[in-house]
Design a protein around this ligand. Structure first.
Ligand code: NDP
Length: 263
């Protein structure tokens, strides 16, 4: 099978959390195009099996959806083990599942705050640790983890664009995983595990589909490329980081934002 961007994941399985839709689904398609088997982790979608079957059929690889809430640490460990038993050697993880839940800080309840941190930070940590444990147990001394952060790790978009969508706690969760990336990269380098993160700019997905059109148009106008990205435009960097071409890349945040942060 011809690889995507000259990259080949034949006989490897990559786990993608939040892989059934949005940016995660685009990752799954491009990994499958490069010959990789796919474990799509989702929380409560009804159509995740269909999404996996579509990928399997289109690219002739194994693809399976696994219902697993990434905030449940035991479930994540069990699910990743099951993936490795059923899908063959897991060589990579994209810890991509995330939630936004915008709300003014003063209206935020402790539960709102916890939900965002549980998914965006602990969910990433749970997934990264479950993958690292797998690699340790299998004595498979190589693995690549790609974490999805956001340009919100670096900039408060609400202030920059005067938009009515305060996300202070989302921003802080996305900044947290950038430092988590660096810490895990340093800690696990000696075990052959590389850890990086990709920070998307504005991407057309369910996360912002219901956004007010005026706000959306304004945001797009502030991007040098003058538009939101399509999910598949996020995939190049992540695929590179998963692959052997990135064997000396670890501990970095890579921004894919159409130039937005240059302003
Ligand atoms: P979507 O809202 O389209 O999809 C979110 C995905 O995460 C779904 O697959 C969902 O599963 C899964 N998910 C959510 N919570 C859990 C959980 N507890 N356990 C397992 N899976 C979970 O998001 P996007 O594709 O837009 O975003 C993907 C990532 O990119 C997120 O981390 C987001 O913060 C980040 N990002 C997105 C940007 C954008 O403009 N869209 C910009 C910058 C960063 P289910 O379908 O079952 O609910």
């Amino acid at each position: 099978m011809p690889g995507s961007f000259g990259i080949n994941f034949n006989n490897q399985c990559i786990i993608v959390t939040g892989g059934n839709r949005g940016i995660g689904y685009a990752y799954c398609r491009e990994i499958a195009r490069a010959g990789g088997n796919i474990a799509m982790i989702y929380r409560d979608a009804n159509d995740a099996d269909d999404a996996a079957n579509r990928v399997a059929k289109e690219f002739g690889v194994k693809a399976k959806a696994y219902r697993c809430d990434v905030t449940d640490v035991d479930l994540v460990n069990r699910t990743f083990k099951q993936v490795s038993d059923e899908m063959g050697p897991v060589t990579g993880l994209i810890a991509n599942a995330g939630v936004l839940n915008p709300k003014p800080a003063l209206e935020l309840t402790q539960d709102d705050f916890r939900e965002v941190y549980d998914v965006n930070v602990f969910g990433v940590f749970n997934s990264a640790r479950a993958a690292a444990k797998l690699w340790q147990e299998k004595q498979f001394r190589k693995g690549s983890i790609v974490i999805t952060s956001s340009i919100a790790s670096q900039i408060v978009i609400q202030q920059a664009l005067n938009q009515p969508m305060p996300t202070a706690f989302y921003n802080s969760s996305k900044a947290a995983v950038v430092n988590l990336t660096k810490g895990l990269a340093a800690e696990w380098a000696s075990q052959g595990i590389r850890v990086n993160c990709v920070s998307p700019g504005f991407v057309n997905t369910d996360m912002n589909r219901n956004m007010d059109k005026k706000v959306r148009d304004f945001q797009a106008s502030m991007v040098p490329l003058k538009r939101f990205a399509e999910p598949q435009e996020m995939t190049g960097q992540a695929l590179l980081l998963l692959s052997e071409h990135a064997s000396y890349m670890t501990g970095c945040e890579y921004v894919v934002d159409g130039g937005f942060l240059v302003y």
